[in-house]
Design a protein around this ligand. Structure first.
Ligand SMILES: NC(=O)c1ccc[n+]([C@@H]2O[C@H](COP(=O)([O-])OP(=O)(O)OC[C@H]3O[C@@H](n4cnc5c(N)ncnc54)[C@H](O)[C@@H]3O)[C@@H](O)[C@H]2O)c1
Ligand SMILES: O=C(O)C(=O)C[C@@H](O)[C@H](O)[C@H](O)COP(=O)(O)O
Ligand SMILES: [Zn+2]
Length: 363
């Protein structure tokens, strides 16, 4: 196993590398310094992550001659708001950031999405680096440049596409994640197998025990492969004009569940797991997907301790919450539906009753 692996996101002048490996946090300053920008930074994080990894990150910044300020955001999806981002602008000013400076996101997807949005908008855009510390953030949210915050009506309704200049994924940091967060990250990993590559899905099936036990070898391979799939999609369609929508498989339903639960009840990955089952159930009903493929998806999600049902959810209420999905056009929802393991299609015209029936089967 190599100590560091690299995945490139090819986006012309905005291309960047994702480093995946061990003992990378303490080298963060050195990695940034090679990019040749300023040496001033605002580090954005939360109390839990900073307690665990703050000293390593600070050592790395100090050794590379950086000066920095630390902005600590409250922990939780319910704080992924414009109010939280406002506090980052205040701190960026106190830190004396200029257009050569950095915003460094150290944490999970919540921290990364907000820090990225602050980086996109402060002084109309300053340098941004993602240092993801959850599995979900390493395999998904740190890559591809979607940044933003929630609105009470819907997920990520306010945001911008803004690419980081570097992503540093230290897989050692994943060892401190609670099991529920580990599982939540695995939902997005299973998503890549479903939308893109049956061999990757099989790899997950064959290595499910080692992955669940967080063995370094399969974990590093899984993180690298996930980033590589996401990089291929994003390189072809940075701003979701077409292909990139496939990364949203399970999210129309999942985001609806999250909003219904007021961003407290469901972890994003858990909602996506149930959302993928709902989308696949819909695909079975529409005649595109074999029941056996849906069963295989449910088995893998269950092996990773993810939910495959949403008991107590009212289908009509979920439908209403789904109407704020950003893929919708003129009041009509767009769905990403699998036609096999390893492939999906983008569907715009679907009967409301069919969708409600699929939801009803899964709740
Ligand atoms: N931008 C994108 O492309 C994209 C993609 C997927 C998800 N997202 C967003 O990401 C968010 C979910 O991210 P998440 O699952 O990382 O949740 P999160 O950021 O809330 O982190 C989950 C929990 O893990 C804790 N934590 C973080 N690192 C830890 C570590 N190493 N050890 C122990 N605990 C740690 C956090 O403090 C938090 O309590 C959602 O808001 C979702 O919408 C964005
Ligand atoms: O990067 C993407 O594109 C994705 O859709 C990845 C998703 O896993 C992620 O949850 C994303 O934030 C959802 O995007 P949204 O546009 O539906 O808010
Ligand atoms: Zn997601």
């Amino acid at each position: 196993m190599k100590r560091v692996e690299k995945v490139k996101v090819e986006l012309g002048r905005r291309s960047y590398e994702i480093l995946v490996g061990r003992q990378l946090l303490v080298q963060i300053g050195e990695s940034l310094a090679t990019l040749g920008k300023g040496r001033r930074a605002l580090v954005v994080t939360n109390p839990l992550v900073w307690d665990l990894y703050g000293s390593e990150v600070e050592k790395g910044l100090r050794e590379a001659g950086f000066s920095w300020r630390v902005a600590i955001l409250p922990d939780g999806e319910e704080y992924k708001t414009l109010e939280s981002v406002q506090t980052l602008y205040d701190q960026a000013l106190v830190a004396g950031l200029d257009r050569q400076s950095w915003i460094v996101a150290v944490g999970g997807g919540v921290v990364g999405d907000m820090a990225g949005f602050a980086a996109a908008t402060f002084m109309r855009g300053i340098n941004f680096v993602q240092v993801p510390t959850t599995l979900l953030a390493q395999v998904d949210s740190s890559v591809g440049g979607k940044t933003g915050v929630n609105h009470p009506k819907g997920k990520n309704l306010i945001g911008a596409f803004y690419q980081p200049r570097l992503v540093v994924s230290d897989i050692d940091s994943l060892n401190s994640l609670p099991e529920r967060e580990w599982a939540a990250g695995l939902a997005e990993v299973v998503k890549y197998g479903m939308i893109w590559n049956e061999f990757f899905f099989e790899f997950l099936e064959q290595n499910k025990e080692g992955i669940w036990q967080r063995q370094a070898q399969p974990v590093q391979e899984m993180v690298k492969a996930s980033c590589s799939i996401k990089a291929q999609v994003v390189s072809q369609d940075e701003q979701e004009q077409g292909l990139r929508a496939i990364l949203n498989f399970g999210h129309t339903f999942g985001h609806g569940l999250e909003a219904l639960g007021q961003y407290r009840e469901w972890k994003h990955g858990e909602a996506v797991a149930v959302g993928m089952v709902m989308a696949s159930r819909l695909a079975v009903r529409a005649g595109w997907l074999k029941e056996a493929a849906l069963e295989r998806l449910e088995r893998l999600l269950t092996a990773f301790n993810l939910p495959v049902r949403a008991p107590g959810v009212d289908p009509e209420a979920l439908w209403q919450a789904m109407l704020y999905d950003k893929k919708g056009e003129e009041g009509r929802l767009t769905f990403i539906l699998p036609d096999r393991i390893g492939g999906v299609k983008i569907v715009k015209e679907l009967d409301r009753q069919l969708i409600l029936a699929a939801i009803a089967e899964v709740v």
